[in-house]
Every structure is written in structure tokens, then in C-alpha cells.
Write a protein that binds this ligand. Sequence first.
Ligand code: IPM
Ligand code: MN
Length: 353
Amino acid sequence: MKQSYSIIALPGDGIGPEVLAQGLRILRTAGELFQIDFRIEEIECGGHYYAEHEIEWPAGSFEKCEAADAIILGAVGHEVDGKTVFTKAGKPYPEAQLAGFAQVIANRQKLDLYANVRPIKLYPGVKHKIHGELKEVWEAGKVDYVVIRENTEDAYTGETNEIADGRITPIRITRRATERVVRYAFNLARRRDKQLKVACVDLKLDYAYVDAFCQWQIRNPEWYDVVVAPNLAGDIISDNGATTAGGLGLAVGGNIGDEHAMFEPIHGSAPKHAGKDKANPLAAILSVRMMMDWLGTRDEDERLIRAAEKVESAVEELLSEGKTLTYDLIGEEKASRCSEVGKAVEDKLRAMV
Ligand code: IPM
Ligand code: MN
């Protein structure tokens, strides 16, 4: 059993720091309750850091990510006067990129985090915001699958070239990257008990074009258990699927490779909500849950696996009670603050252990 776990926390931009603060609150609480020594180092980074320093984080930060047991990310994407900050050509990338590229895209590529694992799971009691109203549309138990998004190539290589009347951005799809992510998806499908109940022998394989899939996943999410897709399509279908599971405020992604892993809420930095203590911290908290589960499985450390289970139960209980939740899940009038929701999860966790 490892003596301690080193975690790099990258708060980033917008609502990233406030939701990650609640995620880290839960990580620290879990550490205390299950006697796990987490060594957490936070590194300021992202678009706002670039706007000030012309680099996306202090020198040596990537090496710290590389050396850590796991990375937890808030969100990147910063606006100045309503405009998203991009890096300047040549500083440091040949072409302009979203400032925050180093934390999200470059980390995924340089640490070879080839599988982006995004569960689409609807917890009981969660309402859907449709036509501006909160109502239960999809049924819990009928939305429970995992999107595996290829995470190192496709339209995300960073390469983009100017042409006479626009730009060309290549879509790179290699056999090597495709095979390993598909293999990851198959292994996951074999481990999922839902599938084992359905077909004891082996897996049932189906293919769909992404446009058709987008409507099937809304109409019949119960058809799916594991879905594997190229990077860009996977980005879109994971957000689309999140709608059926209560929205982006609950959507989580684990960027997973053979050596490293980085966990993140997938909602983005939402600059207009930043600094208001309003955003939903549950995706960040569930990212912490996923990180503990991954670490516990990797190192065969029961404490982490149990901690992950308890955090999920605490969140589940909070959701089914339907009282202490942020505006996206309960409406503006009844809404609790981001920090209140974090505190409520902490209290439930303490009461459970
Ligand atoms: C995500 C985000 C990123 C992506 C952006 C910020 C580049 O949408 O993690 O899903 O497209 O990968
Ligand atoms: Mn996305």
C-alpha cells in the first residue's frame, strides 16, 4: 500500500477554481476519514494566467503533472472584454490555440491519456431542464452507460493552417490510437455487470453514425452500455448524453492512459457564472470520486475504492433528497450556493463513515 498519493490540482479559469475547491474539500475529507495521505499541490494556470504572463503556467508545471499519481482539473477558458483569450502565434505553439491548451489538450497528448472515460448516469430524483422547466423526462436506471472518447488525435492535434478563404484543420485518425481505445472500451464493457446480466457469453456489438447516434441516445439511452467514438464525435455525444443525466453540472470525465490520469468536470469554465459561488460543484466532486476509484484500482488500495463508493453514495443521497442543490438542478429561487452544496456532501460523507 502506498504511503501517500501526490495529486496536482489545476483550478484553471472561470468557475474552475470554485468548483475544484469543493472537489478538494471532499478529497481532504475522504483522506481524513479513510486515513489516506493525499499530498495536494495546486498550480495556477489557464487562460487568465496566460493573459498576465504569456505562458499558461509556471515553468516546471508539466513535469509536476508527469510526476504526480493523478491530476485533477477545474476548467480552462478565459475571457477579456467578452472575448476568449487565445495564445499568440509562436508563444508557445506555432498557431494560436485556446489559452489553457497546455492543461487540457497538451496534457492529454503528452501524458498519453488516450481514453476519455465519460459516464452518462442518471441518478434517482434528478430533474431535466427542458423548455426552461425542471421535470423528470428520462428515467433513472435507463440512463447508465459510458462514453469512451479517443483523446489524443482527430481534430485536436493543434495543427491548423491558413488557406485563402479560411483554415484547414486536419482530422488525424491512426490505427494505433483507434485500436488501443477500442480495446479499452471492450475491456470496460466486459467489467460492467449490467452487460454481464444481459449477455453472459460476450458482448453485443453495434455501429452507428454519429448523427444518428445523437438521436438514439436521447430516445433510447437504455440501449447502451459502452460507446466508443473518435475525439470530436466523442466530445459532442458526451455533452449530448449529459442532458439526459441532468446536465453538464453533473458530467464527469477521466482522461486515462497506461501510466497517468487526469480527471475533470466536463462543463467548461462558464465565465459568466464565475466568482458568484453559484456553479454546481457536483461534477468536480464526482471527478474526485472517479480519481479515487482509479487510484484505488491501480494500486489495489481498498481505502480509496471505499472512499470513492461513499462519495458517490453521499452525492446520490443529496440528489434524491432534492434540497441542497444549485440552480441548474433546482431552479434559481430554491438554489443553494456552490460552497453550500460542497459542505452538504462533506456532512453526508462524515455521517456515513
Ligand atoms: C472538453 C472540452 C475541451 C475539448 C475543450 C475545452 C478544448 O470541450 O473537455 O470536453 O473539446 O476537449
Ligand atoms: Mn467538451
